[in-house]
Design a protein around this ligand. Structure first.
Ligand SMILES: [Zn+2]
Length: 381
């Protein structure tokens, strides 16, 4: 019953919000070598297009595709239909999704919305999910969201960030014949979204992107929690952006990932800095090693070593920490989780829960940025 209710709610959302829908091509299982997969229609109606020929399939049909040297072998309920160059699973309705199960060990089966286009790439299956933009965005938001909330406004924010990335990188895989891959190379995408609030967030923000004062799409970086102070982009990477400047962020204070602690043996701590060329015999260095503090504000280095490097080497949650001597160890008392640049997800959840509008949250975390409406259809065609 719960499944049916969710389906109906999602269907209603999709029906009421997506009257015109543009589709993009996303390569799925991009980092896997798949030789055989089965397709089952989960919801809606599918037909298989084989060049000029068309076959309609029933919900109970199990369709198998195997990569055979140059071609693809098609079987329906284990009877051989034939060998083809491309096999496309197409649908017309407003809401359709299918289950795709690769045969390879350890490769998970997943559900996807809309169409599936299959071809043979050097003896393996090249699987392309031809999917409506907003459904793809919802899938990415669900795969990437950190922390739990049901606030639709927060998912709108996340959807806008995903859409920005998509439209800034539409040509990233042009030479490969699709728009995005499903790995972290582009944006992690693990199939269809099944959380109603996320789907609403994606559809309710259809066509909305975030731009700088010149009207250009911006890099919308985010992290889990800023620790109360966001970071300049140039302090983490080499480029400075006017919309990615560090600022006070009281909205992240006290949230779930606000604080952390880590203990490191004093000997290891000293050796680490010695190996970095620091003279640990020096009295002021000895003092800094056990009393380093960022209470007066975020710093970029400790004893000349970049904090981003220290964070990486000790697998710390963030670069915002103070140090105290704790017996034979040093205690790192840290704040925040992630690189700290751009939007703090927990801070954004807190702002949405406090009643701020989603555009106010974006304008807070991305200094000088504004929401702009784009015509997705025009850009894609
Ligand atoms: Zn990619």
């Amino acid at each position: 019953m719960k499944f049916l209710k969710t389906i109906l709610l999602i269907l209603f959302t999709v029906l009421s919000l997506s009257l015109s829908a543009e589709k993009i091509n996303v390569r799925i299982y991009a980092d896997k070598q798949i030789k055989e997969a089965s397709f089952v229609s989960s919801f809606g109606r599918y037909t298989i297009k084989l060049g000029e020929q068309e076959i309609s399939i029933q919900k109970t049909d199990i369709v198998k595709i195997k990569a055979k040297s140059e071609k693809l072998e098609l079987l329906i309920n284990d009877s051989l239909i034939g060998n083809y160059k491309t096999i496309n699973f197409l649908t017309q309705g407003l809401m359709n999704f299918f289950l795709l199960s690769p045969k390879e060990n350890g490769v998970p089966e997943r559900r996807y919305d809309d169409n599936l286009l299959v071809s043979n790439e050097k003896g393996h299956l090249k699987l392309i999910n031809n999917i409506e933009i907003e459904s793809y965005i919802a899938g990415v938001v669900q795969a990437e969201t950190w922390g739990a909330t049901k606030n639709v406004d927060f998912f709108k924010l996340q959807a806008i960030c995903v859409r920005n990335y998509l439209f800034m990188n539409l040509n990233k895989h042009q030479k490969d014949g699709y728009h995005m891959c499903d790995g972290v190379h582009c944006q992690a995408y693990k199939g269809r979204c099944n959380q109603v609030e996320v789907i609403q967030g994606a559809h309710n923000s259809k066509g909305e992107v975030i731009v700088d004062s010149m009207g250009n799409l911006i890099e919308t970086l985010f992290h889990a929690n800023s620790g109360g102070q966001t970071v300049n982009s140039e302090d983490v990477w080499k480029n400075a952006f006017s919309h990615l400047t560090g600022k006070q962020d009281t909205f992240s204070v006290g949230m779930k990932a606000y604080e952390w602690e880590k203990y490191i043996r004093l000997r290891d701590w000293r050796n680490y800095f010695r190996e970095k060329g620091v003279n640990i015999k020096d009295d002021s260095v000895k003092n800094e090693l056990i009393n380093f503090s960022q209470k007066e504000g975020r710093k970029k280095t400790m004893l000349g070593v970049p904090l981003v490097q220290i964070r990486k080497d000790f697998a710390l949650r963030s670069t915002l920490f103070d140090i105290q001597l704790w017996g034979s160890e040093v205690k790192l008392s840290g704040k925040g989780y992630g690189h700290g640049v751009g939007m703090s997800q927990e801070g954004a959840i807190n702002m949405c829960d406090q009643g701020y509008e989603y555009w106010q949250v974006l304008e807070f975390y991305y200094t000088g940025a504004k929401i702009k409406r784009i015509d997705e259809e025009k850009i894609l065609n």
